[in-house]
Design a protein around this ligand. Structure first.
Ligand code: NAP
Length: 272
């Protein structure tokens, strides 16, 4: 019988996950399909019921359901309970188990480049769901220090509290107070700025050549921040790399076999 997988969220038509997973199924000759399923914020429970009715084998979860979905699943893995959000769910005999592959997905491009963050001063822009998974990753890898900069101070403060709770004291500031970034070894954009081709969330003038700039916005691939960082000769990590990192982890959870990374990467890059 064909196994069905999905990504749920709203909006969902921009999702690249169907391209990535269907390319992998084709490569591996697997009798599976992966669909995008729009579920509005207030219809999550009904949406989950219909997924169970079609005997969904697994699904990814994106905005706005990553936190809310935790209420309706039967089990969670360690990362998922630490972060308080799930982006990957497996369904085995009607038991839904939640995972968070955003954290591992974020770390994946750093590991592939053999970059160790443990002596890094990090500037993290944003304090939403993705920033939370990133903080968990940075704490796990023992970053030296983290400055959180966000549009809304309260959200920056509550993310700083979360970091504190899981073992790292961080500073928090307003995004528009960030001027000079010379001190930072790693600068991460985890705001939504860039999605609509906006200007960089921070001035790029002071980015160092030996810094790393990681923009998790993946569409467009070359955000204004990435363009500015390239001009400064910094090392660039693209948002699609995190997207791929979380997708290969989801694939391996569901199918218990190694994901075809290069094929999945080609499927993403083919879209740009
Ligand atoms: P979220 O929970 O909604 O958080 C959005 C963040 O962006 C908040 O910090 C918010 O600040 C900030 N923000 C939104 N609009 C802004 C504006 N006009 N000016 C300044 N700050 C603004 O979303 P999320 O799940 O964390 O996702 C954030 C971004 O990461 C999205 O673009 C998403 O597509 C991308 N993402 C990429 C991957 C990947 O695999 N590459 C994975 C997850 C997410 P406030 O606190 O002030 O509202």
């Amino acid at each position: 019988m064909v196994k069905t997988y999905a990504v749920i969220g709203d909006p969902i038509d921009h999702s690249l996950s169907p391209n990535i997973h269907n390319a992998a199924f084709k490569e591996m000759k697997m009798d599976c399909t992966y669909i995008a399923y729009k579920i509005p914020k207030e219809e999550l429970l009904e949406g989950l019921e219909s997924l169970k009715k079609i005997n969904i084998s697994g699904f990814n979860v994106t905005i706005p359901h990553k936190v809310e979905v935790m209420k309706y699943i039967d089990k969670v893995d360690e990362d998922c309970s630490l972060i308080g959000a799930a982006n990957t769910i497996s369904n085995e005999n009607n038991v839904l188990k939640g995972y968070n592959t955003d954290m591992g997905g974020f770390l994946d491009p750093l590991h592939r480049r053999d970059i160790k963050v443990n002596d890094f001063q990090v500037l993290l822009l944003g304090a939403g769901g993705a920033a939370r998974a990133i903080i968990a990753g940075l704490v796990k890898e023992d970053a030296k220090s983290i400055m959180i900069a966000n549009r809304t101070r309260d959200n920056a403060n509550s993310l700083a509290q979360f970091a504190n709770k899981i073992g790292m004291s961080t500073e928090a500031s307003l995004l528009n107070e960030i001027r000079d970034v010379t001190n930072y070894d790693l600068i991460i954009n985890a705001t939504s700025i860039g999605l609509k081709n906006e200007s960089s969330p921070i001035p790029t003038k002071s980015i160092r050549k030996n810094s790393i700039v990681y923009d998790i916005v993946y569409n467009p691939m070359n955000t204004d921040l990435i363009k500015g960082a390239k001009e400064k000769g910094a090392t660039i990590i693209y948002g699609y790399e995190m997207l791929l990192g979380q997708a290969i982890r989801a694939f391996e959870i569901w199918h218990k076999t190694k994901a075809p990374y290069e094929v999945m990467k080609k499927a993403v890059l083919g879209v740009f």
